[in-house]
Design a protein around this ligand. Structure first.
Ligand code: GDP
Length: 297
C-alpha cells in the first residue's frame, strides 16, 4: 500500500535533506509537490489542503528553516501531521463488546470483502481475546455467500448459525441473538447482505436488522482500492445506518491509499482494521504511527 505516494514523497524529501538551510520558498515548493502527491493518491481535496496548510505553518518558522537539519525537521512535521490526520480511536483494534452476547453488525457493498473480514475478525476475537464467537450470514439473496461464511467458519473453527431456507434477515438476526444467548457466546457477528451500489432497499433491510439487533459495533467494510469512493460509501452508510468504524480492505494491493488519509477527516469515523490479503490472518489493527511510517518509507 502507498507505494506510489511513498515514492513521490521520498523524492521530495530527498531533495530537501540534500539542501542545507531552507528558505520559506523551498518549503513552499516542497509542500506544493506534497500536495500533488496527496491528490494523486486520491486524498480528497479539502483534506490535502488542510494538511499542507498545517505543515507549512509549522515548517516555515525560523527555528526550522535555520536549524542544522531543516529537511529532517520538515519530514518530522509531515510525519506528525500524517499521524494526526490518520488518528481516530485510541485503541482501534479493541471492539466494544462487553456484556455478552454482544452483537456486531458488518455492513458494506458486495465484493468489498465483508464476508472475508467477518471471518477474519471472528478468528482474531477467538484467538487473541479468547472469545466464544458465533457468525451468521443474513445475505438471503445469495445462498453462495451464506455457504461461504459457513466454509470459512469451519476453516477457522468458529461456529456459524445454521442456514434455514426462506428466513428473512430480521428473523435470522433474532435467531442469532437467541442462539448466542443460549449457547453462551461472547459475541455474534451479523454479516449483512451487500449490493453492487447503495440502494434504498438494501439500506432499509440493514436498518431493520440494526433495529432488532441493537449492535454494540457497526463496522463498514470497504475496498481501499476505490479511493474517494470508499469515503463516499462510508458517508452514506453512516448517514443511513450509523457506523462505529471502518475496515479498509485490499490494502495489500497497489491502491493509491488516499481513502486511508481522508476517511477520518471526512466521515469522523475511525479506521479500525486494514485487510492485507485473502488469508484469514491478513488483518491488521490500524495504527496511525505505523501507517505514517510506511507512507514516508
Ligand atoms: P463481500 O461480497 O463483501 O462479502 O466480499 P468477500 O468477502 O466475498 O470478498 C470478495 C473477494 O475479495 C474475495 O475473493 C476475498 O478473498 C477478497 N478479499 C477480501 N479482503 C481482501 C484483502 O484485504 N485483500 C485482498 N487481496 N483480497 C481480499
Amino acid at each position: 500500500m502507498f507505494e506510489n505516494l511513498s515514492e513521490r514523497l521520498s523524492g521530495v524529501f530527498d531533495r530537501l535533506t540534500k539542501q542545507g538551510a531552507l528558505s520559506e520558498d523551498d518549503v513552499r515548493t516542497a509542500m506544493r509537490e506534497v500536495r500533488v502527491a496527496l491528490l494523486e493518491a486520491d486524498v480528497s481535496l479539502p483534506v490535502a489542503r488542510d494538511f499542507i496548510k498545517a505543515v507549512e505553518k509549522k515548517a516555515t518558522g525560523a527555528a526550522v528553516t535555520k536549524s542544522v537539519t531543516p529537511g529532517q525537521q520538515v519530514i518530522k512535521i509531515v510525519h506528525d501531521e500524517l499521524v494526526h490526520v490518520l488518528s481516530g480511536d485510541e485503541d482501534p483494534g479493541r471492539l466494544k463488546i462487553d456484556n455478552p452476547p454482544a452483537p456486531v453488525l458488518m455492513v458494506g457493498l458486495q465484493g468489498g470483502g465483508k464476508t472475508t473480514t467477518t471471518a477474519k475478525i471472528a478468528k482474531r476475537l477467538k484467538e487473541r481475546e479468547g472469545k466464544k464467537v458465533l457468525m451468521a450470514s443474513l445475505d438471503v439473496n445469495r445462498p453462495a455467500a451464506m455457504e461461504q461464511l459457513a466454509i470459512l467458519g469451519t476453516q477457522i473453527g468458529v461456529d456459524t448459525l445454521p442456514i434455514v431456507k426462506g428466513e428473512d434477515p430480521v428473523a435470522i438476526a433474532k435467531r442469532a441473538k437467541t442462539q448466542a444467548s443460549l449457547g453462551g457466546y461472547d459475541v455474534y457477528l451479523l454479516d449483512t447482505a451487500g449490493r453492487l451500489s447503495i440502494d434504498d432497499e438494501l439500506m432499509a433491510q440493514v436498518a431493520a436488522v440494526r433495529d432488532v439487533a441493537n449492535p454494540r459495533e457497526t463496522l463498514l467494510v470497504v475496498d481501499g482500492l476505490t479511493g474517494q469512493d470508499a469515503v463516499t460509501t462510508a458517508e452514506n452508510f453512516d448517514a443511513r445506518i450509523g457506523i462505529t468504524g471502518v475496515v479498509l480492505t485490499r490494502m495489500d494491493g497497489d491502491g493509491r491509499g488516499g481513502a486511508a488519509l481522508s476517511m477520518r477527516a471526512i466521515t469522523g469515523k475511525p479506521i479500525r482494521f486494514v485487510g492485507l490479503g485473502e488469508k484469514m490472518d491478513a488483518l491488521e489493527t490500524f495504527e496511525p504511527a505505523r501507517i505514517a511510517g510506511r507512507i514516508l518509507g
